[in-house]
Design a protein around this ligand. Sequence first.
Ligand code: AGP
Length: 366
Amino acid sequence: SAYELDGHPDFMHKEIREQPEAVRRALRGRLDERFNTAHLGGLRMEPRRLREFSRVKFLGCGSAYYAGQLGANLVEELARIPADAEPASEFRYRNPVVDPHALYVAISQSGETADTLAAVQELRRKGGEVIGVVNAVGSAIARECEQGIFLHAGPEVSVASTKAVTSMNVSFALLATLLGRVRDLSTADGKRLVSGLRALPDRIAELVAMDERIAAVANRFAEASHMFFIGRVRGWPVAREGAQKLKEISYIHAEAYQAAELKHGPLALIDRGMPSVVVVPDDELLAKNIGTMEQIKARGGPIIAITGARLPDGLADAVLPVPSVEPELDPILLGIPLQQFAYHLAKVLGRDIDKPRNLAKSVTVE
Ligand code: AGP
């Protein structure tokens, strides 16, 4: 059952391996091959209503916020609607302008995070249209939002979120496809995305099976006390979530940085003792990412590349290869080896994987 280890050493181990099934459930009944779009039964909005939104804002805390950033990228890319993400914990304390033409998306695995719930309540008070992207059915946030997308990831026990984050990302790809197809996303692109989404569970199963290779790489870097996580555009939210995962369970200090920002300051920190985990999607920015890695290498910084692309020989000290589905969807896959990387570093350092110090699974207080 979901609350038993079933032979796994800990719940994070188990939940990483449940991802192909979790994603299959997130997709079930939601891919429309006839009209090459997504079908989201929890959103009761006519195409006319879906076309009205002039902005989309994602709100969540911690990993849910980083997932929201990935979601905002997808919505801008596929639907060409301006989109961004903000920590719900900030939103609730400032006095945000509530835009009547915006779609607000509240994201929460537990559905009980106090900051996210407060943001939803504030939005509703001020007339904002808010949908929930939630795992726990019947939770406070699910009840407060009248419409939404359930993740169906199954119960998540480990404090460090894995399968729920991946399912959030998948649900945003569905939402972005739906919003795109009532605007100017073509039938051909819709078809391409629908088949890319359909292929995700199998690609994720391949990734999860690479566990030993990732463990070997993690073990080589167990001495590090700081790491950079670098990404640009599609790779940026992935880098942020990767850094978050490492901090939470290994207690290694990690900082995420946008690739092009490195030269504006943090490059000063690069030396032999500062490894960089670089997220390299196989997309039109590959040459730029190679340039960034060259800058790091020139300063003696070790590089761990997470990529679906072929890199020049000798550039990275370690490569974690990632299969590809479609360029827009690849960030969903790129995040998974970073979960495993954090897991194995935490393991070799003897950390309590499922119950990291000072953290709770869901933060129901201010
Ligand atoms: C994830 O690994 C973290 N433990 C944490 O950032 C979490 O994502 C955050 O607290 C939000 O939780 P929620 O999704 O249940 O709202």
